[in-house]
Design a protein around this ligand. Structure first.
Ligand code: HPA
Length: 297
């Protein structure tokens, strides 16, 4: 895996990535970031939103009260992908006070699992109770179609990495968090109900995460389907692991951007994936708005 850095000489568990040495989340750093946000915005957010591929449209629907570029928040990683803006949007959406990440981080860009998930800690420290995440994913289930929404019911972590590795600070969460229900069942039900009422095709599904950046081989797709996954992607699981550790309720969505059926595989172009994701954005925004309007907190 190309992680952009190497081991330094300060101990075997320290990986140097993107110029920063981060080995685990520190309470003090989380508080420092939260304080910096509070100094610029007096809101008390209850919902954190990661505007991954497919939720970009939602950013413009937030009544923003403050917009903080990531470089202005202590300990936040910086966004490298051009299409991701890299700012925290603070404001109101669907009757709630929200904190939304416009621009997220991926392991394949060279960020560490701790960097990728640091903002989730900050959301929790600011008072959030719910995390909404979305991603673009490849479809493994032959009954699904390009453009369909998946309400994530569970995940399989095949990234070979975990943001909870390292010393555990009990103030952030337990050493051995259980994964009985990382995705809240009530929120899943509401999302499916909202989609049904709006005539939007949505299925419950299992998301498997891989580190990327290459797409998978046919043999890998066959394997991923065989172990029980409906969709495959390169994000979300690190954030959800930290959210579960922190005690946040999670609502996760995938947009199927390409079908990954090993015996009928078509070459995909990243532009096509982005085009399908963009087309599905309005559907996903409607579902997220509908769920939040039903007052799940
Ligand atoms: N594999 C992994 N991630 C993806 C895919 C895929 O086929 N499509 C969109 N994200």
């Amino acid at each position: 895996m190309a992680m952009g850095g190497g081991r330094d000489d300060r101990g075997p568990s320290r990986l140097r990535l993107k110029g920063a040495t981060v080995t685990h989340h520190r309470w003090e750093q989380v508080e420092e970031a939260a304080d910096a946000i509070r100094a610029r915005w007096a809101g008390e957010p209850k919902v954190g939103i990661v505007l991954g591929t497919g939720l970009g449209a939602l950013a413009s629907e937030i009544e923003a009260e403050a917009t903080l570029p990531y470089p202005e928040i202590p300990h936040f990683p910086r966004s490298t992908v051009e299409s991701h803006k890299g700012q925290l949007v603070c404001g109101r959406f669907a009757g709630h006070c929200v904190l939304a990440m416009e621009g997220r981080f991926h392991l394949y860009e060279g960020y560490s699992p701790w960097q990728v998930t640091f903002p989730i800690r900050v959301m929790k420290a600011m008072g959030c109770r719910i995390l909404v995440v979305s991603n673009a994913a490849g479809g493994l289930n032959p009954l699904h179609q390009k453009g369909d929404l998946i309400v994530i019911e569970d995940h399989i972590n095949l990234m070979g990495l975990n943001p909870l590795i390292g010393p555990n600070d009990d103030r952030l969460g337990p050493r051995f968090p259980d994964m009985i229900e990382p995705y809240d069942r009530g929120l899943q039900e509401t999302a499916l109900q909202v989609a049904r009422e709006a005539n939007i095709v949505a299925h419950r599904g299992v998301y498997v995460s891989v580190v990327g950046p290459n797409l998978e081989t046919r043999a890998e797709y066959r394997f991923l389907r065989g172990i029980g996954a409906d969709v495959v992607g390169m994000s979300t699981v690190p954030e959800v692991l930290v959210a579960a550790h922190a005690g946040l309720k999670v609502l996760g969505f995938s947009i199927i951007t390409d079908m990954c059926l090993p015996d009928a595989l078509q070459p995909v172009k990243i532009e096509e994936i982005i085009a399908v994701a963009n087309e599905a954005e309005s559907k996903l925004s409607r579902v997220v708005r509908g769920v939040l309007e039903r007052g799940p907190i």
